[in-house]
Design a protein around this ligand. Structure first.
Ligand SMILES: Nc1ncnc2c1ncn2[C@@H]1O[C@H](COP(=O)(O)OP(=O)(O)OP(=O)(O)O)[C@@H](O)[C@H]1O
Ligand SMILES: [Mg+2]
Length: 256
């Protein structure tokens, strides 16, 4: 039983896709909880559900004293979700505006740790910024997966996020480790992508950080064909390079 965060400050780099697709692969043999902490509510949407249809969301668990158990909804065999919706857009404001919260980074941890025994993996999808939500997620996670899209300036922000996680570990959660960096939206025929990816692998090797061999390819065609099924790609009947990449990533992760 482990708690994994899929985190980076970047938007649109497949955090939600990795979260839901790994859940899809792992659910064949394991019991999974996905916690959505992003106000976009994309985890529920990935399973064809409307995040506004749920009685309780992660916001109620964190701020309204609702029990985590009461905000868990089953979306697929072996996959439960604590959904998020637009309410989470107010989380930071509401918490920072209330001086009763003595330790604003530990709100999620206090709620989620009780659930650990019920699941093999708890996967946490995060918003694309480093704020109070991300701090809560990193406080209760054992491992972080960092999606990395190799573009012109992306090495600079990778170094920043790696440092931020290291600092956070030292200050708040000594159990936190980086499971690995996964390159996303990659087109290896593009020289820039190959060069930046090579630079990333070199930097990480020198700093003892794992970069997964598996890359998640950019594929607008596969991504859009899959989007209509109302399920993560790894739970559909599609067989293509994109689906295969999530199975390879899961295999690489579990084989250490
Ligand atoms: N392999 C792919 N190739 C191209 N586009 C993809 C691929 N996989 C997913 N997409 C699309 O890319 C967009 C971003 O993906 P996703 O939502 O997983 O990123 P994210 O990091 O969670 O974004 P956000 O920061 O907004 O939460 C989505 O519209 C998704 O459908
Ligand atoms: Mg997302």
């Amino acid at each position: 039983m482990a708690v994994w965060a899929i985190s980076t400050n970047k938007g649109g780099v497949l955090k939600t896709s990795i979260t839901t697709n790994l859940a899809g692969v792992f659910s064949k043999k394991h019991k999974i909880l996905i916690v959505d902490t992003d106000n976009q509510g994309n985890v529920a949407l990935s399973f064809g559900k409307n995040p506004d249809d749920y009685e309780y969301t992660i916001y109620d668990v964190l701020v309204e004293d609702v029990k985590a158990e009461d905000a868990i909804f089953n979306v697929y065999k072996n996959i439960d979700v604590i959904p998020a919706n637009d309410d989470m857009a107010f989380f930071e404001f509401d918490v920072l505006n209330n001086s009763n919260y003595k330790n604003p980074f530990s709100l999620l941890k206090n709620k989620i740790l009780d659930l650990k025994d019920q699941y093999d993996y708890i996967l946490i999808d995060t918003p694309p910024n480093m704020g109070l939500v991300q701090g809560n997620v990193l406080s209760c996670s054992d491992q972080v997966i960092i999606p990395f899209q190799p573009e012109s300036y992306s090495m600079r922000s990778l170094l920043k996020i790696l440092k931020a996680i290291e600092d956070f570990k030292n200050q708040h959660n000594p159990n936190l480790n980086i499971l690995g960096v996964v390159a996303t939206l990659v087109d290896l025929r593009t020289i820039l992508h190959s060069e930046v990816l090579q630079e990333c692998r070199k930097y990480c090797m020198n700093h003892d950080i794992k970069v997964f061999d598996t890359i998640i390819p950019r594929s607008v065609r596969f991504a859009s064909s899959i989007a209509y099924d109302g399920l993560p790609a790894s739970l559909t009947d599609h067989t293509n390079q994109l689906v295969a990449s999530y199975y390879e990533l899961a295999k690489e992760i579990t084989n250490g």
